[in-house]
Design a protein around this ligand. Structure first.
Ligand SMILES: [Zn+2]
Length: 429
């Protein structure tokens, strides 16, 4: 499969962080990676390949070389990305029945461009907690609706003639999806819970809680004269997840440790037990070093690491070029971006950046630089947060997009290969 085929596959499967982790695990398992559990003993072997699932929405995968000591620095090479994306999350007691419509109560997760969620076919995905045989062991079931289940209709222009001057959408009022039509007898029923219970073949009373989100059901598509662009939901940040899984599978380094960390909760600030703002990465490295018999040197060897933080960047917009910095104007299809910000919203470390540029020069991989306009704050990502907890050389990179955080985003088709090539070289040289 080509890297864009691999990306399309993950974009279709990865409709919530649970399914992103599942899709990545399937690829790793097929490539010979063995699953490890936090709560069981590990026995790491030379040239071993492993993955660890954390709470179903965060995933680590790592490879152990022939030899640890004396390998080319940095001995520990880390690349991180995130599994979550802006969406709508379904609230408990979700049924909202009014005017004959079956609607759902939702809240907005992350920084979604709300109006892009209107008039699209939507589905539901995530995980459901079902009553177990005793309180500490509820059964966790993953779920993806396989049909167009929901939509959020726009208001007709005839009912708001000012619509093209911009409309502020209220998150509690205007974003409730419609799930169907209700007869008089159905209007007081738990039609949402009934639907989930039916799909999972469980009793409604046994559904205790759920983490279910609304996802855009449109599929990725090529656009342009020469298939120049890919238009798809969830490019932020499944482009990075797909490339990092490919890179750790194809990386050829024979010493040290290569590790990818795919974290949940980046879109809401990373500070959670599954997020990059937890002790998870540091803890994972300590455990690997201990299992390799390097425990007593861990304090020193942890610092022989580097972090590649991989998340999307902004490309120059064809209709709004003035929103971009005046001398750094990344274009779609001209390579991934190295992101810099003096505020450290992107981990900005000239030594780490120089390493990436030298790898690109050696391997003839195209790259560009991204910085915000000085009068704009811009976004942030997990690089600075993760490196505050593991203070080693860190660089933020990612594919430039247009329409970031829209229900459908746009990228340059060739950039996926460039990102994968860089990550593979990072895990090989
Ligand atoms: Zn992102």
């Amino acid at each position: 499969m080509t890297e864009t085929e691999i990306l399309f596959d993950l974009l279709k499967k990865g409709v919530s962080p649970v399914q992103v982790v599942d899709g990545c695990r399937e690829r790793l398992a097929a490539a010979g990676f063995a699953e490890l559990s936090y709560s069981k003993p590990w026995k790491l072997e030379k040239n071993g390949k492993y993955y660890v699932n954390h709470h179903d929405t965060t995933l680590f995968a790592f490879t152990v070389g022939e030899d640890f000591a004396g390998t080319k620095a940095p001995q520990i090479r880390i690349a991180a990305a995130h599994t979550d994306f802006p969406c709508l999350r379904i609230k408990p007691s979700a049924e909202v029945a009014a005017n004959g419509y079956a609607q759902l109560n939702v809240e907005v997760y992350g920084g979604a461009i709300l109006n892009t969620w209107l008039d699209r076919p939507l589905g539901i995905a995530g995980r459901v907690a079902v009553r177990g045989s005793e309180p500490f062991t509820p059964e966790i079931r993953t779920f993806t609706s396989d049909k167009n289940l929901l939509t959020i209709p726009n208001l007709a222009i005839h009912m708001n003639r000012e619509v093209n001057k911009g409309v502020e959408l209220n998150k509690q009022v205007d974003m409730l999806p419609v799930m169907g039509l209700l007869s008089e007898e159905e209007k007081d029923t738990q039609y949402f819970l009934d639907f989930i219970a039916g799909e999972l073949s469980v009793k409604k009373e046994d559904i205790l809680d759920f983490e279910l989100t609304v996802y855009c059901r449109e599929e990725p598509q090529y656009i342009g004269l020469h298939e120049d662009f890919i238009s798809s939901p969830r490019l932020d940040n499944l482009t990075s997840c797909a490339a990092l899984v490919s890179a750790i599978i194809d990386g050829t380094r024979t010493g040290g440790v290569n590790l990818i960390a795919l974290f949940d909760h980046e879109e809401i600030g990373s500070r959670s037990k599954q997020g990059a703002g937890s002790i998870l990465l540091h803890d994972m490295l300590l455990r690997i070093l201990k299992e390799l018999g390097r425990g007593e040197h861990a304090g020193q060897e942890l610092y022989d690491s580097m972090i590649l933080s991989v998340d999307v960047a902004h490309g120059v917009h064809p209709n709004q070029a003035g929103k971009m910095d005046i001398t750094n104007k990344p274009v779609l299809g001209k390579g991934f971006c190295i992101k810099e910000a003096s505020s450290q919203s992107y981990a900005t470390d000239c030594e780490a950046i120089a390493i990436i540029q030298q790898i690109c020069e050696m391997k003839k991989i195209p790259y560009q630089k991204f910085v915000n306009r000085s009068d704009m704050q811009g976004g942030g990502t997990l690089g600075s947060i993760a490196s505050a907890l593991l203070p080693v050389r860190t660089v933020d990179i990612g594919i430039p997009l247009l329409a970031m955080h829209s229900a459908r985003e746009l990228m340059g088709t060739s950039d996926q290969q460039a990102l994968k090539d860089l990550a593979e070289a990072y895990f090989s040289l």
